[in-house]
Structures are given as C-alpha cells and as structure tokens.
Design a protein around this ligand. Structure first.
Ligand code: ATP
Ligand code: MG
Length: 375
C-alpha cells in the first residue's frame, strides 16, 4: 500500500493528526472537496466530495487504514466504498456503525437513554408532523425553553436554536419543516465540559476534564475544569460502541452532576491544549489508535487554549504571530494555514502552560488580534 493512513477530511484536525503521524514516519493521504486545505499543504491529497464513492474506494485501495476528521460522512457510503474496494469494514476507525449512531443527533440521544447515560430529553420533529397537535405533543414532552437541532450535519452551533414559547415553535416551522430536526430539553448548565476518551480493545484512557467557554456558539477558551467527568464520558463512548478517539461534550449542572451533550468521533477542539502540555497529544493518541499501538496514561501540565478566529478586516497573520510571541515567549501559536480567513472561522489557536495559563492565553490572543487587524 502506498499510504499508512487515509483521512476523510482535510481541515485542521487532519493536518495536526498528519503532523503527528509524519513524526513517526507514517505516510498519509487526505480526501476533501477543497483543493487548498490545511492537510493538502503538508501531505498528498485527493480532491473529491465525501459522497463520491469512487473517490472513497480509491482512498481505501491506497491506504492501509482510514480515519476521519468530521462525522458527516454517511455510514452507507463508507460501507459501499469498502465493498467496491474489496476491503473489510475493519479498515475504518471509528467504525461505520459508531458513525451511524453519532451522525444522527437523535439516534445518539436514544443510544444514551437506552444505556442509562444522562443526556437531555429529546423528541424528533419530522417534516410530515408539522401540525399543531403534534407541536402540542412535542411541547408537553419537552417543555420550554427547548432547543431545536438539525439531526444531521450541524456544527459550531449552526442548526441549533433555542425556542422559548409555543408561538416561537410554530413560527419556526419553516426552518425545521425542511428536514429532520429534534427538539430537546434546554439544560440550564453551570459550565460546559469536555473529555477526550481513547478506547481500543485493550485500553480505555481519558485526558483530563476541561471546561470550554463558547462565544457565539464557537468554542473560545479551554482550560482544566478541576472536576472529573471521565466515568460518564467513558459510558457515553461505550453507548455508541465507540473505538478510537472521541471528544465527549458535557454539561455540568448546578448540583455538580453531568449530562452528555454529544460526542465527536475524532480529535476535538477542546483537546488542542495537549499539543503543548508535555504529555501525549490527542493527535498522537489518534494516530496510535488508528495504527493499533498502545497509549501511555495521558498526563501533563496545566494548559489553557484560546482559539484564534477569523477577524473582519484582518491583514497579515504573521504580525499577530510576532505580537503574541514577543509579548510572552512562553506561549505557543498554532496556525492552520486556511486559504481564507472568514470572520468567526477557526484559523489557529494559542496554548499557554502553567499556573497563570488562562490569563496569559487570553492576553496573547488580544495582542495577536490587535496586530493582525492593524496589519
Ligand atoms: N440542550 C441544550 N441546552 C442548553 N444549551 C444547549 C443545549 N444543546 C446545545 N446547547 C448549546 O449550544 C451549543 C451547540 O450545540 P451542539 O454542541 O449540540 O451543536 P453543534 O452545532 O454540533 O456544536 P459544535 O460543533 O460547536 O460542537 C452547545 O455547546 C451549548 O452551548
Ligand atoms: Mg457540540
């Protein structure tokens, strides 16, 4: 085989995982509809849509193992491609079965409920059920406020809306009538947490529980939560029969208990701090899981990550890079080299390590933004 690992998706997660794989001498290929992606700049790539079975089977016939960096690929297409390339479904990590349970947010919720994993109460809202009596039924099961979500394909809060009254639910009909949505209980959480889970046949390991702060539905800051949600995170991964690397997003309630929001079956934004914390990174863990290699206990220093988002009117990012590092040589800047810096898009991140890491990461990001906007 020409490649050791094929990545479905060529964004920053694939890029950073490929960087970890390349350090170990592994050969990687990515597939993405974009011609200039963070991954295509550092390794061979195929330009094709995720629904192109021929392209998927072409990747399969060139790669020993195949993994992914987004969960929006259909389980049926993956199975079809494996069939066409005459490969076993075991070539994929995570498995198409797990992916099928995750990429429909309603199926994911049902899986947690049936496995006794606390998660918001949910009900599906289908296009054919748009009459008032159905809405009354949804309202009585879920109550207000409720959160409406697209079942497939939502990310960065796109496809999520909070509904506060029956009238709002009825008025939003035109949005959710267009396709599969679910309605779920609004959780008045105290904090949002995340745990990275590694699971193989022989090991189940977790990275520390992190707090994640979202601004405008996009993750903004990640730092140690000083609590431990690893038990429920592991249960959630088991509930979706998950093997591989998973980012488990959770809510911490006022009484300190936890609920699972959702799982990402791949490296996750809340795990980027591990690139500089001194222990194994989530990307090396991802690569080792894909290659069937063991993982050491994830431990390292207290670290905070601040995302760098695209800014209106931004100039040369290197001015930001210099300002962040010149003001504090101890911080680490990661840049994904995306072709376009649309406002709000995740363009990179900054890690600061040590006891005052949160203040230093925020200050470094401020310097970065100020210089980048001026450039
Ligand atoms: N049931 C809920 N109750 C309260 N807030 C919620 C609920 N579900 C989601 N949210 C809020 O909306 C955000 C986005 O929701 P969710 O993670 O389900 O969607 P997403 O689009 O897949 O997001 P992302 O890609 O950022 O993970 C959550 O991080 C949380 O802040
Ligand atoms: Mg989420």
């Amino acid at each position: 085989m020409k490649y050791d690992i094929g990545y479905l998706g060529g964004g920053q997660l694939a890029r950073m995982s490929i960087q970890a794989a390349q350090r170990m001498g592994l050969r990687c290929l990515s597939l993405d509809p974009g011609a200039d992606t963070p991954a295509s700049q550092i390794a061979d790539h195929v330009v094709a849509g995720f629904d192109d079975v021929n392209a998927l089977s072409n990747v399969l016939s060139q790669c020993e193992r195949v993994t992914l960096e987004n969960e929006f690929i259909s389980m049926l297409l993956l199975s079809g491609a494996a069939n066409e390339a005459d490969r076993d479904l075991g070539v994929y990590l995570p498995s198409p079965r797990t992916l099928g349970l995750i990429n429909d947010k309603f199926a994911q919720r049902e899986q947690y409920t049936s496995h006794g994993v606390p998660s918001p109460r949910a009900w599906s809202v289908g296009a054919v059920w748009g009459n008032d009596s159905f809405l009354e039924d949804v309202a009585s099961r879920i109550g207000f406020p409720m959160v409406l979500k697209v079942r497939h394909g939502g990310y960065d809060g796109k496809g999520t809306m909070t509904i506060r009254s029956f009238e709002e639910l009825r008025d939003s009909r035109s949005s959710w009538m267009s396709g599969g949505w679910l309605a779920e209980q609004f959780v008045p959480f105290k904090r949002e947490l995340a745990v990275m889970v590694c699971r193989s046949e022989s090991q189940t390991l977790t990275f520390p529980t992190m707090e994640s702060v979202q601004t405008d539905h996009v993750c903004d800051l990640v730092f140690p939560a000083n609590t431990d949600a690893s038990d429920i995170a592991i249960k959630a991964v088991r509930a979706v029969e998950g093997f591989g690397l998973f980012g488990v997003e959770l809510f911490e309630l006022q009484d300190g208990s936890f609920m699972v929001n959702e799982i990402a079956p791949r490296p996750h934004n809340t795990g980027h701090y591990t690139l500089d914390w001194g222990g194994i990174s989530q990307f090396e863990a991802h690569v080792r899981l894909v290659m069937g290699l063991p993982i050491p206990e994830p431990k390292g220093n207290e670290t905070c990550m601040a995302n760098l988002l695209g800014q209106e009117g931004a100039g040369d990012y290197q001015e930001g890079l210099k300002a962040a590092i010149q003001g504090d040589p101890e911080v680490h800047v990661h840049w994904y080299s995306k072709a376009e810096a649309r406002p709000g898009r995740k363009m990179g991140h900054i890690n600061a390590v040590g006891p005052d890491c949160r203040a230093r990461a925020v200050a470094a990001r401020e310097r970065f933004y100020t210089a980048w906007r001026r450039a």
